[in-house]
Write a protein that binds this ligand. Structure first.
Ligand code: HEC
Ligand code: HEC
Length: 207
């Protein structure tokens, strides 16, 4: 609710500052993003493995959305916008995800979204490590990778749920500013789906 208010306020502000901002405002006027099925609605699937797979498949709508994919790319460059174009200007992951020496993400990305210029922001804006690249992978492959503690930052299922419900870069996906389409559903719905997936054994879709 508050988020929508902020969003409209951002769009209104964008209208005031000229031509390119007008385009952003038009984007903001697009219908709201796709929805997510509530976790509880999956309880009708009696087979636990099938239920778990179905829950992760639903989560895949978020994981493959541009808001998450742009920061979990296959190459060392982030992507931008709903069309997932390569980031301009050229920036790279660097040693720690915060960019190469001399052109850190924080040079341009502030602690919060700066909507008049459409620049997203967060206190620890950074590119996900190469081991957490999702771009070009199937939802099943992303699932296997997410569970693999050698690639996911040493997280068990509980730590994964904690990450997606508390990490500010993940939560940014539902408050992206700049006329961007938020990730499907709400952060709370996504967290509930992942919790239900973990509770049902964390099974992955085949393929
Ligand atoms: C601004 C860039 C950025 C965005 C946007 C972003 N992430 Fe990430 N993500 C990261 C970074 C950096 C890490 C590594 C953090 C760490 O290991 O502590 C990460 C790690 C993760 C992990 C840890 C496990 C793994 O194997 O990937 C999950 C889960 C995750 N992100 C989910 C999401 C979801 C879901 C979204 C979209 C709603 C999202 N992220 C959007 C940068 C981003
Ligand atoms: C020289 C300035 C600059 C630097 C440095 C920079 N960015 Fe950006 N970035 C921008 C601007 C401007 C935008 C907004 C452009 C747009 O979306 O049309 C943007 C957008 C993005 C987006 C798009 C979000 C979305 O979903 O649309 C991501 C992801 C991103 N930057 C990641 C990074 C990362 C990670 C770093 C550091 C490795 C970085 N950027 C460094 C200027 C910069």
């Amino acid at each position: 609710m508050n988020r929508n208010l902020l969003f409209s306020a951002g769009a209104a502000l964008a209208v005031c500052v000229g031509g390119s901002a007008l385009t952003l405002a038009q984007n903001a006027a697009q219908p709201a993003g796709a929805s997510l099925r509530p976790a509880a609605s999956f309880s009708s699937i009696a087979n636990q493995h099938d239920r778990s797979v179905a829950l992760f498949t639903e989560m895949g709508k978020v994981l493959t959305s541009p808001r998450c994919m742009n920061c979990h790319p296959a190459t060392e460059r982030p992507r931008q916008g709903d069309l997932r174009k390569l980031h301009e200007p050229v920036v790279v992951r660097g040693n720690d995800g915060h960019g190469a020496a001399g052109l850190h993400c924080a040079t341009c990305h502030g602690k919060q979204n700066f909507d008049p210029a459409g620049v997203p922001g967060d206190g620890h804006w950074a590119l996900a490590p190469a081991s957490m690249a999702w771009e070009g992978k199937t939802v099943g492959q992303i699932c296997e990778q997410l569970k693999d503690q050698t690639r996911n930052g040493g997280r068990d299922l509980a730590a994964l749920v904690k990450h997606v419900t508390t990490d500010t870069l993940v939560l940014w996906g539902w408050n992206p500013g700049g006329g961007r389409q938020p990730a499907p559903g709400t952060a709370t719905e996504f967290g509930a789906l992942m919790q239900a997936w973990a509770d049902s054994g964390g099974a992955c879709p085949a393929g």
